[in-house]
Design a protein around this ligand. Sequence first.
Ligand SMILES: Cc1cc2nc3c(=O)[nH]c(=O)nc-3n(C[C@H](O)[C@H](O)[C@H](O)COP(=O)(O)O)c2cc1C
Length: 166
Amino acid sequence: MNETLQTIFQRRSVRAYSDRPVQDTDVELIVRAGRYAPSGMNTQGWHFTVLRNQDKLKSLGERVAGVGQTFFYNAPVLILVSYRIGNRFAEDDCACAMMNMMLAATSLGLGSVWCNRINGNSQFDTSLQDYGVPAGYQVHGCLALGYASSPLPADRENKSDTVTYL
Ligand SMILES: Cc1cc2nc3c(=O)[nH]c(=O)nc-3n(C[C@H](O)[C@H](O)[C@H](O)COP(=O)(O)O)c2cc1C
């Protein structure tokens, strides 16, 4: 099996992170992988906000999940993917970018998980300029990123009735 397929089959959502810092170069590669995703009519109407500042991370976690809480499993890095409101392809584009970044993270030995809580929540998803989301953009997904604190879960059972070959 080639390395790309291995990465796809290895990727799992990680929900417990160690304190090991993530290298800047790895974060940059992961964001670059997101920016290389396909987008409808090549509009690339997305924005990537990389949050690494611990005070910002803590305050965003508490703002969304409540005092002393976090919605991104205390990961050391959180990447918010947002899109320009009004771009009709943008949600699909952002999902492609999220997937590219998850696979890039796996390939670099890093764990990740898509964290919903902001998107679809009108209290937050368009009002995070203090956290680097541009005005006029809506958050579509957040990617927690870091080194897993324990081995990845065993292989996932996949539903068997989800494919039709004719
Ligand atoms: C659109 C989307 C939203 C998700 N939201 C969350 C979330 O808010 N919190 C979480 O822990 N996992 C979230 N996940 C991860 C899924 O729970 C996970 O992908 C699924 O259980 C399969 O497990 P695996 O990723 O390890 O294969 C999300 C995944 C997707 C694609």
